[in-house]
Design a protein around this ligand. Structure first.
Ligand SMILES: Nc1ncnc2c1ncn2[C@@H]1O[C@H](COP(=O)(O)OP(=O)(O)OP(=O)(O)O)[C@@H](O)[C@H]1O
Length: 290
């Protein structure tokens, strides 16, 4: 599979852009889309999922223009939107059968396919209970199962790990790595740790623009010699914040120990090993301690 996004923009009103001149190319594997609230992640994913149209640019899947032929994308697409609604009175089998019918999926193997998916998302033992009684994490897992019904080749998950507990997150990661051999998977989050163990490539967005897209390794390389730790007096903190990006701080009695990102090194700065979170904060220029 080859997905090409060329100069995509979404103008919501005269002065509001959800996305601005966004270009990206990807083949099979996992792309993690990272960005703060309002970065344009959902806007972008809805356009790839053919739910919304760009005001400019093109989306091309395997050389097919998705904007003029959205069904080409829809046939191979699995999508978990950010806000996923369920019918509370239906149980998991009934709900997935209903979604299958809407997607035009049927046949004698459908029940077995649903059983397989419910096993994959660890819901088989609850499959005959009404979804209205499910926890948030269980509803999210039903959402993941419905996205997989048609054996998609393009899988889009908008904030998939919301509501999942730590064990469910591990299950989800394993499922994604199993699927990623044969399809394009795009997942969005504003939590770096949700992405860093599964994404082959990471795209960092802010205010509708793509700031960086590369392998995790290469993104981390770009901040490698910029992450430090130092201890300063508490009263120096405000001035320090204006000059550096604070990653983390620990207050002691009269001083503060800070992990931070800086373009300049000083003798009293102790170099630290950089992480994807540092790269994310560097590119988005986000201070965690405003
Ligand atoms: N239907 C809409 N009409 C007008 N503006 C919109 C609409 N949808 C999104 N926006 C604006 O577009 C920008 C991008 O929003 P979007 O929801 O795509 O960001 P996001 O990265 O998914 O954020 P979050 O992590 O909070 O879900 C924001 O400024 C938002 O207010």
């Amino acid at each position: 599979m080859l997905l090409e996004l060329n100069g995509l923009s979404k103008k919501y009103s005269k002065n509001t852009y959800g996305l601005k001149d966004f270009s990206l190319r990807m083949e099979n594997g996992v792309l993690g889309l990272l960005g703060p609230n309002g970065a344009g992640k959902s806007t972008l994913l809805k356009m790839i999922a053919t739910i919304s149209c760009p005001t400019d640019g093109t989306i091309v899947l395997n050389k097919n223009n998705v904007l003029s032929d959205p069904n080409y994308m829809r046939k191979q697409l699995g999508f978990l939107p950010q806000y996923f609604g369920v019918y509370p009175n239906l149980n998991a089998y009934e709900f997935l059968s209903y979604i299958a019918a809407m997607k035009g999926i049927g046949g004698k193997d459908l029940k077995a396919r649903i059983t397989h998916l419910l096993t994959q998302v660890n819901l088989l033992s609850e499959a005959h209970k009404p979804i209205g009684n499910y926890s948030g994490g269980m509803k999210q897992r039903i959402g993941i199962a419905q996205a997989l019904l048609n054996n998609p080749k393009v899988l889009i998950f908008d904030e998939p790990t919301v509501g999942l507990d730590p064990v469910e997150r591990i299950h989800f990661r394993n499922l994604i790595s199993e699927l990623s051999q044969h399809c394009i998977i795009i997942l969005s989050s504003h939590i770096v740790s949700d992405i860093d163990t599964i994404a082959d490539q990471v795209a960092i967005m802010k205010k509708g623009s793509l700031l960086a897209k590369d392998s995790q390794e290469n993104l981390i390389k770009q901040v490698e010699s910029k992450v430090f730790q130092t201890t300063i007096q508490t009263e120096e903190l405000e001035a320090f914040k204006r000059e550096h990006i604070i990653v983390d701080l620990k207050r002691n009695h009269t001083d503060v120990t800070i992990r931070f990102i800086s373009d300049t090194q000083r003798p009293y700065f102790k170099a630290q090993k950089a992480t994807l979170e540092d790269a994310y904060l560097y590119f988005t220029n986000t201070n965690t301690n405003q």
